[in-house]
Design a protein around this ligand. Structure first.
Ligand SMILES: [Zn+2]
Length: 238
């Protein structure tokens, strides 16, 4: 017993040295005057204020855990198409994201993100969540965040089953964008524009959106961070 105790103390001693070194590295002062070198970088940083900091939200909304599980509810319709497409979108996100990584789960109770494809009435009945109607909207992500934080705790995504294939793909990509923490932006160059843009390539995120995902899902980024706290991250990518 005694031996084990000493071993534990030693272990903690080593651990705190590592933490102290790490803190030293991170205390590099933030320069609030910093600007990206070129106009494209400036554009990405300025529009990220809306995408990642959610405009008036003013703070990062994010999953803080390192593994987020998504689940396909198969009781709706056209779910097969949704699974095929959404899985591809999540793997694109994983290739850009340091943290979290997104994994499929076959267990609904275990899921952080639930994806449902079907009629609005079926969805409303099953999930007791009110939609604005599939003929107008086409998709919605219901986000649950921590009580006094912007940490995402749960997301329930509904995609209409009645829209044409291209629109459904773009809506799926957009709603998954919300599910990972992104808000609307005012540029058509992003999938997070609030209107379906049929000229957006459904097979890949634009370079702008790839930057948003990389910045938001850099492992240094946590929910609640403000614009100034994000500057070291912008410096890495822009
Ligand atoms: Zn939206």
């Amino acid at each position: 017993m005694k031996r084990n105790f000493q071993f534990t103390l030693l272990f903690i001693g080593i651990l705190s040295v590592i933490v102290a070194c790490k803190n030293d590295e991170e205390t590099e002062p933030i320069n609030p005057q910093w600007k990206p070198a070129d106009t494209e970088g400036q554009f990405v940083m300025n529009t990220f204020k809306s995408a990642g900091l959610g405009g008036s939200r003013d703070a990062i909304q994010k999953w803080n855990k390192s593994e987020v599980k998504y689940y396909f509810d198969k009781e709706g319709s056209n779910t097969k198409d949704l699974i095929e497409y959404a899985s591809k979108v999540f793997s694109e996100i994983n290739s850009l994201s340091q943290s979290p990584k997104f994994y499929e789960t076959a267990n609904a109770d275990d899921a952080d993100i639930i994806l449902y494809s079907g009629r609005d009435t079926e969805f409303e009945k099953k999930y007791q969540l009110n939609l604005e109607g599939e003929l107008k909207v086409g998709g919605t992500a219901f986000m649950t965040t921590g009580k006094n934080s912007n940490e995402i705790k749960k997301s329930v995504v509904w995609i209409t089953s009645v829209f044409p294939e291209l629109e459904r793909k773009l809506i799926t990509r957009h709603e998954i964008g919300h599910a990972i923490g992104l808000a609307h932006v005012s540029t058509q160059r992003s999938i997070m524009w609030d209107t379906v843009d049929i000229y957006y390539n459904p097979d890949e995120f634009t370079d702008l959106d790839k930057k948003y995902i990389q910045i938001l899902n850099d492992k240094r980024v946590k929910s609640g961070m403000n614009f100034n706290e994000m500057i070291p991250i912008f410096q890495t990518y822009l």
